[in-house]
Design a protein around this ligand. Structure first.
Ligand SMILES: [Zn+2]
Length: 284
């Protein structure tokens, strides 16, 4: 590798670690526990973005500010052995998991798409999608404060990428992807609103739109790719559901957000082999 390539690689790894760290801040600070459930039955509310980005991180238990030297992604968690330096309370394990997961998901996407404009939509999706999945796992809410801004950014990013590639037809794929992913979930929510939250339908709008970008502008290929994403999400949802029912009993709430995110991400990263199996091609 040339010196320039090394500098770029180191910069990319540092940037990915920073983004992973910021994703943790959002997961940590955006949801707050309500005194009693709100009108939708949610036990958690969300803070505004202004509140999320304001101030330094503090330990939940003793309130001590986290020093900058204890705020290094991955390393600090390992050096502190996952405990607060002042009071020794455990730092939730999702910190380490998310700080590793975000750079890993970036790396896998880069491995599949390389330096192409097609890399942009999935890259933009990864941090908010991980935040939404982990927040849903911890609190059973899917904050609109994250979904709608991300969706509008994603619409702009897909349009920009399609324009730069000279492939406006890719946006047709986005629209089909949105319909194929969110349509069935909307139907389930409409028929049986207690079975699934509307947050999952919104999340499917975001993930479906982005997944649809990757089927090379063919409506049929998009239908196939997104149907596979929905299938993967459903299988994961059943597995997580059985786990939740086993761990928490019959009345357990089951978060579906992580399955939607993983289903979409899997379809995006494996779009080429999946579509080739059906005689189609992925966006490159
Ligand atoms: Zn502490």
């Amino acid at each position: 590798m040339s010196p320039t390539a090394w500098v770029l690689l180191v910069a990319a790894v540092l940037l990915a670690a920073l983004v992973g760290s910021f994703t943790c801040v959002v997961i940590d600070r955006m949801p707050y526990q309500l005194d009693e459930p709100d009108e939708y039955g949610d036990a958690w509310g969300t803070r505004t973005w202004r509140e999320v980005v304001a101030g330094r991180s503090r330990c939940d238990t003793c309130g001590t500010e986290v020093r900058s030297t204890d705020n290094i992604p991955v390393l600090s968690y390992l050096l502190l052995r996952g405990r607060c330096r002042s009071c020794g309370t455990r730092i939730p394990a999702f910190h380490l998991l998310v700080e590793l997961l975000v750079p890993l998901l970036f790396a896998l996407a880069f491995w599949r798409y390389g330096w192409s404009w097609a890399l942009l939509p999935v890259t933009v999706l990864i941090p908010p999608a991980v935040a939404l999945a982990v927040i849903d796992l911890r609190t059973f809410i899917v904050p609109t404060r994250i979904i709608w801004p991300t969706f509008f950014v994603e619409v702009a990013v897909c349009a920009a990428a399609a324009g730069l590639l000279g492939r406006w037809d890719l946006l047709v794929g986005c629209a089909v992807g949105l319909a194929v992913f969110a349509g069935p979930l909307f139907a389930i929510w409409f028929i049986h609103p207690r079975g699934m939250g509307f947050g999952d339908v919104r999340l499917a709008v975001l993930v479906g739109w982005t997944t649809g970008f990757y089927a090379d502008g063919s409506p049929l290929a998009t239908g196939i790719l997104v149907a596979i994403a929905v299938f993967v999400a459903a299988v994961l949802g059943i597995v997580i559901g059985i786990g939740a029912l086993g761990a928490r009993g019959r009345k357990a709430q089951v978060p579906f957000g992580p399955s939607i995110v993983l289903g979409g991400y899997t379809a995006i990263v494996l779009a080429a082999p999946i579509l080739e199996a059906f005689g189609g091609t992925a966006t490159t």
